[in-house]
Design a protein around this ligand. Structure first.
Ligand code: BG6
Ligand code: MG
Length: 217
């Protein structure tokens, strides 16, 4: 029986991808590194360090330089998210969170981001979330299962009692590695490995979702 739902944040509950993109683009421009929107697509769900390493490619930087660049990009990102408001929650999110609470299903956040707490506060959904697993919670980033296993443990649930909602290939991989059910949001080319694939959470109801998940098993 499903007892908990673990939501990714960026690209699932809100669309912060544009802000991450703008931050990386500014940094890349300053460093003279080739980068564009298309290249940014490969960074969906990818940790800050892995994202930077993809952008720098073969160019050699010291650890101190990499650290400075990660800090700089994060300052740009943090500036961008200051403007976020409750209206930036993606359609369907609030209704689904309410239905889950009503049904007695526990809710966790499972985000790679170190800014997750700030973002859910800006969005005004922090009090709807029982447990936050974020960029500070574990060492190994997605696609390792660690973050989702940590979230389940914090919820007091077994992996098989949890469903993960993700928009990134690495996130679906992490959920499956954790032995959890996975709902993928987006194109099948990206999230097709999930048990259930949906375009987004708009108009999605828990009763129907539960049906789809159980018929897949
Ligand atoms: C993920 C985003 O949720 O968090 C990535 O999809 C981002 O784009 C990663 O790089 C890490 O976020 P942050 O805020 O710690 O740099
Ligand atoms: Mg995501």
């Amino acid at each position: 029986d499903i007892r908990g739902v673990i939501f990714d944040l960026d690209g699932v509950l809100t669309d912060t991808a544009e802000y991450h993109y703008l931050g990386w683009q500014k940094l890349a421009d300053e460093e003279g590194l080739p980068f564009n929107r298309l290249a940014n697509e490969d960074l969906r769900g990818v940790s800050r360090r892995e994202s930077l390493l993809k952008i720098v490619g073969n160019k050699q930087y010291s650890e101190a330089q990499l650290q400075e660049m990660m800090d700089r990009k994060n300052r740009y990102y943090v500036d961008f998210i200051q403007t976020m408001r409750p209206g930036n929650v993606l359609p369907g999110t609030i209704a689904l969170l309410d239905e889950l609470k009503e049904a007695g299903i526990k809710i966790a956040l499972g985000s790679a981001s170190k800014n997750a707490q700030t973002v859910i506060e800006k969005l005004g959904i922090a009090d709807r979330i029982d447990v936050v697993a974020d960029g500070y919670s574990v060492q190994q980033p997605k696609p390792a299962p660690d973050l989702f296993l940590f979230a389940a443990q914090q919820l007091g649930l077994k992996p098989e009692q949890c469903v993960v909602v993700e928009d990134a290939a690495a996130g679906i991989e992490a959920a499956l590695a954790a032995g959890m059910l996975a709902i993928g949001l987006g194109p099948t080319e990206r999230v097709g490995a999930a048990h259930v694939v949906l375009p987004n959470l708009a108009g999605v109801h828990w009763t129907e979702l539960r049906e789809k998940l159980s018929s897949d098993q």
